[in-house]
Design a binder for this molecule. Structure first.
Ligand SMILES: [Zn+2]
Length: 108
């Protein structure tokens, strides 16, 4: 369970829009993570762009950016393949397809 250090946490949209110099260390870090994860990356299967909350199917303000990386996944809006949040050793994150879904749905 993520520990909330503030009595009343800002909404994601408020934190996202807040000027960086007004934020404390922890909020600055949260905003940084948020900005990275709000960048839209392409589905490797069909090219449809999704940011992390969009793939999870959660509204921006309802998304828990402190969730584990393994929870950062969800179906592509267009082709329905599962997108998995992946961070390489170097460089920016990307979506990877779930290898367990290699078979077509008609095989089920
Ligand atoms: Zn797709």
């Amino acid at each position: 369970v993520p520990v909330n250090t503030q009595e009343q946490a800002m909404k994601n949209s408020e934190l996202f829009a807040a000027p960086k110099h007004l934020l404390g260390g922890l909020d600055k870090q949260r905003q940084y993570v948020m900005k990275i994860e709000m960048a839209r990356k392409a589905c490797p299967n069909c090219g449809e762009l999704h940011n992390v909350p969009e793939a999870a199917g959660v509204a921006f303000d309802d998304y828990d950016f402190s969730a584990a990386d393994s929870d950062r996944k969800g179906p592509c809006r267009k082709c329905k393949r599962t997108l998995i949040f992946t961070v390489p050793l170097m460089g920016d994150w990307f979506w990877r397809l779930d290898p367990n879904e290699a078979r077509t749905p008609s095989d089920a």
